[in-house]
Ligand binder design. Sequence first.
Ligand code: KIV
Ligand code: NA
Length: 253
Amino acid sequence: IHMKQASRFSKLKQDGIKISMLTCYDYPSAKIQDACGIDIIFVGDSLATNVLGYAHQNDLNLQEMRHHVRAVARGIEHAYLLADIPYAASRDLTSIMDATEQLRQDGVDGVKVEGFKPDVFKALAASAVDGWAHLGFTPQLIEKPSMQAKDSESAEQLVAECIQLEAAGAVGIILELVPTAVAQRVSQSLNIPVIGIGAGLNCDGQVQVWHDLIGLETRVYKHAFRQCDAHAAQTQAVKAYIRLIADAASDEA
Ligand code: KIV
Ligand code: NA
């Protein structure tokens, strides 16, 4: 049975305990993250670029998202499972709710929807699935990554929108690329948790892209908490393997 459990994140916020969230796209990574005790495992639509090789996350369709959500769900024992509603399924309220129901069947606890859409969060609040908002820089809707809410007017607007989304029933808000002080103000204005990425460390939690955490790509973002160099480790493994079979062949000859 599916039970809404996002209120536990508001409780963590109340108790001053930071929430950890990572993107995840496959079964083995989900098992690692879950065993480590990560709070939220998130199948982001960055699946498109990070794993499927598409040029843009908006190239992802719902069936592809569902395929990976099911793989990740099979690797989870404890963590909360969140998934993006792909751009392709975000046309209107009906298509978002239809996608939400399909993702619920795949095992998600919550879905994330980009942009200021109070009607969507009202509908999600009445459904079996939690609604998570995403404001600041929203990759589905804004073309180039850039800092948002930099002047006081747009900062005021962001705070006002977040308050309205909480009132509409959003259980948490992802804030991407906003100034530290603005993210802190949003967090202080809400009871629901604010999960930041490129938004400073004064949020109620952080989200990182798996590839950036483990260094699976050679790129290094300013806001990445890179902890290892998986690209170098995998490159070394392949080179060592090629040498190994070459040497084994010459040993046998
Ligand atoms: O898809 C994604 O990776 C995201 C970020 C906020 C982590 O939405
Ligand atoms: Na996303």
